[in-house]
Design a protein around this ligand. Structure first.
Ligand code: ZN
Length: 326
């Protein structure tokens, strides 16, 4: 049980992975640039971040979790000699938003575009995560190498305004962000209570957030059926390149393969097939997205999501399929 709790906390709550600072290449001719996230065993992940060039400066989509990721984001802006003029959060999970506070401190003029789903999280999931983290710290249950992550998580919980949008996005539509017109789309009840994904018709770029996670969908706060519908909407969008929340950019064929694997996993979960068969099915269908050597970890996560979400009791399964904030 504790390992499950620690894993959930690892994904969403805590973490301090230091990556070597890589030289950031120039932006693509289409005017966007990915700062890849990371996901090392035993540590919380960073989501991918994406920079888009805009007339007013750089648009930054998602701010990662660890200080090293934050430093790469600030370093990229410095190298480019352009300010971060706007921040977009695809969703409130802390591997995509922990850097908000420090990035916003460095660029206080930058508005934050996000859905208001974080309010429900602050009143529920994150509040509970904080209580667990404090209990574990007090009890000495946090491994020493994780302590910095936990304290970073608690620091975010002490300053939750950094997670709150200054420009709440409530419905899908075109928005001018830092002078660049983008389609900001809201997916209700998907990976979170309301995910935001971005499509730029000029470049064909689609930034999917955790609606697409290459190795395995992170379902901790998922409404699986809403998520499935969101993927159908993404598929109907004429993108050429899709940047997932975690993993390499995808072309249309790669996304179609991933979506098919997702649908198969949900179908298997709804059937009477054995858990191990569903886990094996994901591994088979998503094989191209799983790096060698990580199969056992991905199997464990798939099994965990089957038990805790996809095959939970009906009430629990539907928990994230309705508004949580009053
Ligand atoms: Zn993520």
């Amino acid at each position: 049980m504790r390992s499950s709790m620690l894993r959930a906390a690892c994904l969403l709550g805590f973490s301090a992975l230091a990556l070597p600072a890589a030289a950031e290449p120039d932006p693509s001719p289409a005017g966007w640039h990915v700062v890849p996230g990371s996901f090392e065993p035993g540590r919380g992940p960073d989501g991918n971040s994406v920079f888009l060039d805009a007339p007013g400066g750089l648009i930054l989509v998602d701010t990662g979790r660890h200080p090293a990721h934050r430093d790469r984001l600030l370093g990229y802006a410095r190298t480019r000699g352009r300010p971060i003029a706007a921040i977009v959060n695809t969703h409130w999970h802390l591997d995509h938003s922990t850097g908000n506070g420090e990035i916003r401190a460095a660029f206080p003029e930058a508005p934050l575009y996000a859905t208001s789903a974080v309010e429900g999280a602050l009143a529920g999931f994150l509040r509970d995560g904080r209580a667990r983290a404090e209990t574990m710290l007090t009890a000495g249950d946090v491994p020493p190498e994780r302590e910095a992550e936990v304290r970073r998580f608690l620091a975010v919980m002490d300053a939750p305004d950094a997670l709150r949008p200054t420009r709440p996005v409530v419905r899908s539509g075109e928005v001018e962000v830092a002078g660049r017109r983008l389609q900001l789309n809201v997916a209700p009840f998907a990976a979170t209570e309301a995910d935001l994904w971005i499509f730029d018709p000029d470049s064909g770029l689609l930034v999917a957030g955790d609606l697409v996670v290459a190795e395995v969908p992170f379902m901790d706060t998922a409404c699986p059926e809403g998520w499935r519908e969101a993927l159908a909407t993404v598929a109907a969008t004429p993108f050429t390149t899709l940047v997932p929340g975690h993993g390499e950019p995808m072309d249309r064929a790669a996304f179609a393969a991933w979506r098919s694997a997702f649908d198969n996993l949900l179908d298997c979960a709804a059937s009477d097939r054995a858990k191990d068969a569903c886990v094996a099915g994901w591994r088979r269908d998503a094989a191209r997205f799983i790096a060698p050597g990580r199969e056992a970890m991905i199997d464990e996560m798939t099994g965990y999501y089957l038990e805790t979400r996809l095959r939970a009791a009906p009430e629990e399964r539907q928990r994230h399929c309705r508004h949580s904030a009053s």
